[in-house]
Design a protein around this ligand. Structure first.
Ligand code: B12
Ligand code: SF4
Length: 503
């Protein structure tokens, strides 16, 4: 059996001038590294945005290089990436963010050129959706789904010194004749999440992330001690929003049923939290579940068991508000579910984001899988109830849906301004960004809101990319910028501005 070593590389980050940069550090590599560890295959995670102990953080993170696109690159040099890659048999490069694709392809090209015999693979929603472009850049294998099982299978074949991956499901691969083979129609997806490997969080450059101090959420203050990590207690979601990467992932799709809500047992979650606290030394944990309340009774049971754990918990992806309200005596009218909100506070939740998305029920129904529409509850009352328990509350709004009228956009901005009065801590405004792998992307291509040669570099939430819309792109960007400026405190704005590329 051949001994093999696998490098898991986060590429350098690219950002438009005046926009934020923060390291990737998402959970794919802790899980994949954990999976490889289970079969005794050595792996190493290198984040080219922040480097390792041999790299000087000041030189690489706080200095940037302009790219031909006009974007700024943050991270180590190409030579350093090649130096790191030289010691490994295979290099994996994650591609979950479409707007980072150019850096992924660039790394693949330089590595393939210098080391044509190394196996290059990628995974994540963007890689899966843009496979032909990835193969053209030199990748040999693209994983089309959650990959804990398939990466083990690929590694075992490499141990046999073979490149015949025809038995591995949920991948596309280039066979020895250079033909692309589609194996996405078979392969196992884990329904029992307790079978997932324990994430190898220790493989991440945590100390560097903590020093940089730009975590997922908005609460971090200047000088605050950050020792954060991410975890997931579940995967999948009962909803299916048009802009979401798992909205159409069901049995038989390229990724399989990863949209289905699946969860870890309470014991497993407690075990992971214990590892994060004791072994990793985390103090803040970002819960990255797609839908932590996907099964409300289970979430309540779990939360009750982790009261007093001593970690600050954050859910900044947005807790679907339907789970924070309950039925009232008035038919169809919902009121804050104070029992759940109090429980969240008691467990240690310090920050919650409410994903209002839009103030317009038509938009919520058409694009946001009819999540809780504003005609069914009093949003101000919900915010006030959460604030009563001293939690930090942010909100998310989306502006510029493909068929959204000027009046509807204005309605959302007006609503956001009104919500500010209830004690909100921040309001974020995202321009609608239909990324590959989502139903909205297909809609926009079909209805000519996006050209076939769209530019993934521009999939950034402050950039308007859609054509044939009621409000022209440049004006929409101005509306967004103005809404953000007027709805947020100077403290919040200054913090976010200090995270801008080059600072
Ligand atoms: C956490 C998170 C972030 C964090 C990440 C840092 C952190 N603290 O973890 C931050 C704040 C940086 C972030 C930012 C943004 N995010 Co975000 N984020 C996520 C989120 C919620 C979780 C990521 C994660 O850890 N997943 C868990 C792991 C286990 O799943 P996974 O990444 O899919 O990995 C599995 C497979 O895909 C595959 N795989 C993945 N990579 C690789 C690589 C190899 C080599 C192999 C073999 C397999 C493989 O195997 C993995 C294990 O099963 C995802 C949604 C989601 N559920 O994934 C969105 C998501 C990735 N984000 C998204 C977006 C749009 C953004 C933003 C643009 C902001 C915004 N408007 O919301 C920015 C862009 C940032 C940038 N750099 O450009 C989209 C990306 C869609 C796209 N095509 O671009 C997602 C998919 C959410 C969504 N449904 O729309 N995000
Ligand atoms: S609620 Fe969130 S995770 Fe669920 S489908 Fe909508 S965007 Fe995706």
């Amino acid at each position: 059996m051949k001994e093999i070593k696998i490098l898991l590389l986060y590429p350098p980050e690219q950002s438009w001038p005046k926009t934020m940069v923060k390291p990737n550090g998402s959970l794919a590599y802790p899980y994949l590294s954990g999976a490889l560890k289970e079969i005794d295959v050595e792996s190493y995670v290198y984040d080219a945005c922040v480097g390792n102990d041999d790299d000087n953080l000041d030189d690489i993170f706080y200095k940037n290089t302009p790219l031909p696109s006009g974007m700024m690159r943050t991270g180590v040099s190409d030579n350093r990436i090649l130096e790191i890659a030289s010691s490994y048999d295979a290099v994996g490069i994650t591609s979950i963010f479409s707007q980072q694709e150019t850096q992924v392809l660039h790394c693949a090209k330089i590595i393939k050129k210098k080391f044509p015999n190394k196996l290059l693979f990628s995974g994540g929603v963007n890689a899966k959706s843009r496979a032909s472009i990835f193969f053209a850049a030199g990748f040999d294998v693209i994983f089309t789904s959650e990959s804990e099982i398939s990466i083990q299978e690929v590694a075992k074949i490499m141990q046999k010194n073979s490149k015949d991956f025809s038995s591995v499901g949920k991948i596309y691969f280039k066979n020895i004749n250079g033909k692309i083979v589609d194996n996405s129609h078979f392969g196992e997806i884990l329904m029992d999440l307790d079978k997932l490997p324990i994430p190898a969080w220790e493989m991440l450059p945590n100390k560097r992330y903590w020093k940089i101090g730009r975590p997922h959420g908005g609460k971090a203050k200047h000088g605050q001690e950050l020792r954060y990590a991410s975890m997931m207690t579940s995967r999948g979601c009962p909803f299916s929003c048009s802009y979401c990467h798992i909205a159409e992932e069901v049995e038989g799709s390229k990724s399989g049923a990863i949209g289905k809500f699946r969860f870890k047992s309470d014991e497993r979650v407690i075990n992971e939290l214990t590892i994060l606290k004791k072994k990793i030394g985390a103090k803040q944990v970002f819960i990255e579940d797609d839908s932590i309340f996907g099964m409300k009774r289970r979430a309540i049971r779990l939360l009750k068991k982790i009261i007093g754990f001593g970690l600050d918990l954050m859910d900044v992806n947005g807790v679907n508000m339907i789970h924070l309200v309950k039925k009232s005596n008035k038919p169809g009218w919902m009121i804050p579910d104070e029992e759940v909100i109090e429980l969240l506070a008691e467990v240690g939740f310090k920050e919650i984001v409410l994903p209002f998305e839009s103030a317009n029920p038509r938009i919520i129904k058409k694009w946001c899988s009819n999540k809780l529409a504003l005609e069914r509850f009093d949003p101000g009352e919900l915010i006030k109830t959460i604030k009563k328990y001293k939690m930090y509350v942010g909100t998310n709004y989306m502006l510029g849906f493909p068929d959204e009228s000027r009046k509807e956009i204005e309605e959302t901005v007006k609503f956001a301004k009104k919500m500010k009065d209830y004690g909100l801590d921040h309001s974020n405004f995202y321009l609608v960004m239909p990324v590959p792998g989502t139903p909205m992307f297909d809609y926009c291509i079909k209805n000519k809101h996006l050209p076939l040669d769209y530019n993934p570099d521009r999939f950034q939430w402050t950039k308007a990319n859609l054509k044939n819309t009621d409000v022209p792109p440049q004006e929409l960007e101005k509306i967004r910028d103005h809404a953000w400026e007027t709805c947020n405190s100077e403290e919040f704005k200054n913090l976010r501005k200090s995270w801008v590329v080059g600072k």
